[in-house]
Design a binder for this molecule. Sequence first.
Ligand code: HMG
Ligand code: MG
Length: 307
Amino acid sequence: MPLPSRVKLVEVSPRDGLQNEKNFIDTAVKIELVNRLAQAGFPNIEAVSFVSPKWVPQMADGAQVMAGIQRGPGTVYSALTPNMRGFDAALAAGVDEVVIFGAASEAFSQRNINCSIAESIARFEPVAEAAKAAGLRLRGSISCALGCPYQGEVSIASVVDVAKRYDALGCDEIDVADTIGVGTALRVGQVMRAVTEHIDPARISGHFHDTYGQSLANILASLQAGISIFHTSVAGLGGCPYAKGATGNVATEDVLYMLHGMGIETGIDLDAVVEIGQWISGHIGMKPATRAGNALAARKANAQACA
Ligand code: HMG
Ligand code: MG
């Protein structure tokens, strides 16, 4: 299959990137992060979650973040909404897209959203209906599509099953998520091809955590399977509080470097993203988890020192 000439990147750092941070990050910093990402050209930013603040305290200020940002005209702003309470908050906050998030693993579904897969789909039904009625985009995320921290192996059939259920709910986009970053390229290609036997590849995205350093290879395998939407996070921020040991999402800088190097357009300014990654990492007090971002930042510092 020929590779796509253009890829859509969904920047998930304000949500997936920050949700697992132990120290509460100021709302003003979250707002600046979202604004800077929009200015860098991201077509879609996963900005906030409307989940229980007891479960994920870092995301408690979603309404304030949405109220404080300057909306870029070309940017879709998304929020995670596990139930109607979350949906109502997301609608009131003016998001463009809501994300229902389930799993291909029963064990993870219980740990993450406190219900079985079947119960989660029943909970999502009114959310999906309400999203359609309000004219919002609807996205469905399938966690543990490549493996589960609690049950281990996850069958391709169970990934396909959840994808079909999301399709029946009217999801515009469906995310195949490697929550703990265990997948390798061959299996990722198999999973993507199995899902796209039933659903248009233009509506499927890849969401890869980089725990085992496989994300770029997995993105290439997905591109070869016809996928052209990927979730990334500046400086490789990220992790799920209910997937212990999993590290951040694949770094946006690394993915942009790879895609642009392959002649694939994204519409995103890599230099701006490198600066954002270094800035937000400084705020959190971590070294950016991006090879390309750190190399480009070092090159720029050297050039400035020599000037
Ligand atoms: P529950 O305890 O089963 O539900 O939680 P509940 O309805 O009994 O509610 C419990 C409490 O939460 C109540 O408050 C509710 O009012 C409140 P209390 O009476 O105890 O004071 N509550 C809410 N508050 C604010 N907003 C809401 C909301 N709903 C209930 N929407 C629930 C079920 C789903 C709410 C809970 O399990 C939860 O919030 N889980 C959060 C899970 C989460 O955010 N995980 C991280 C995101 S998923 C992820 O990172 C994976 C992804 O990146 C893809 C991948 O990598 O795999 C997307
Ligand atoms: Mg994730």
